[in-house]
Ligand binder design. Structure first.
Ligand code: AP5
Ligand code: MG
Length: 214
């Protein structure tokens, strides 16, 4: 099964993508996580990506598309994957479509996790991310067992630099300009499904499972 997660920054794409990946035994592929791990390791790609991410802008397609295409050619992706944060522009969607059709493949579902802008800023301010493994929590809606410590690996939890309110506003405006048109794009191809992302995160997941099939 090949799945794309759509939705604004903070809509819960990553939260749901991890649950889907676990449920169906397919990898969770997040371009944001790949960039953050490159930044942490100090690679050339990470250095370039950081300039854009810190400002709430998109990393240019020229850096992003090749990186994602390499990732989905890995052996672990042969039975499908859940893409979180890609595509984010029409050219990214077109490149993905071409690469898949060359292999006689296609996307099965594009899941739009719908959350209004008013809810997003509040959510982001409460998000905490693990500096080591990238697991995410929320101070109120999804707290770690020990405050400030990752349940998965025991490392410290931080507020991401790009989750500060000013940068979140910029990310939302970039989302509306460049990424939201993908909802119409995938609507036309008949793979788009919508879920109400303002519900409790377990209810959002139950809705997704009822669409994808158990
Ligand atoms: P990325 O890491 O993908 O960030 P994003 O899309 O802005 O999305 P987030 O990770 O912030 O939100 P999310 O929807 O995953 O929400 P989450 O589940 O964490 O990208 C970062 C940057 O990298 C981009 O700005 C860009 O610069 C660059 N980049 C990445 N991909 C790119 C691409 N393809 N092209 C170009 N540039 C790219 O949830 C948010 C919070 O809410 C959490 O605290 C969570 O616990 C909580 N929460 C989740 N669900 C619920 C719920 N139902 N109720 C209450 N709280 C909830
Ligand atoms: Mg995410």
């Amino acid at each position: 099964m090949k799945i794309i997660m759509l939705g604004a920054p903070g809509a819960g794409k990553g939260t749901q993508a991890k649950k889907i990946a676990e449920q169906y035994g397919i990898p969770h592929v997040s371009t944001g996580d790949i960039f953050r791990s490159n930044i942490k390791e100090g690679t050339e790609l990470g250095r370039k990506a950081k300039e854009y991410i810190d400002q709430g802008a998109l990393v240019p397609d020229g850096l992003t598309i090749g990186m994602l295409m390499d990732r989905i050619q890995n052996e672990d992706c042969k039975n499908g994957y859940v893409l979180d944060g890609f595509p984010r522009t029409i050219p990214q969607a077109e490149s993905l479509k071409e690469a898949l059709s060359e292999r006689g493949q296609k996307i099965d579902f594009a899941i739009d996790v719908d959350v209004a802008d008013e809810n997003i800023i509040n959510r982001m301010a409460g998000r905490r991310a693990c500096i080591s493994c990238g697991a995410t929590y929320h101070l109120v809606y999804n707290p770690s067992k020990v405050p400030g410590i990752c349940d998965v690996c025991g490392a410290e939890l931080i507020l991401r630099d790009d989750d500060k309110p000013e940068t979140v506003k910029k990310r939302l405006s970039v989302y509306h300009d460049q990424t939201k048109p993908l909802i119409e794009y995938y609507g036309k191809t008949g793979v788009l499904v919508n879920v109400d992302g303002t519900q409790d995160l377990n209810k959002v997941f139950a809705d997704i499972i009822s669409i994808l099939g158990a």
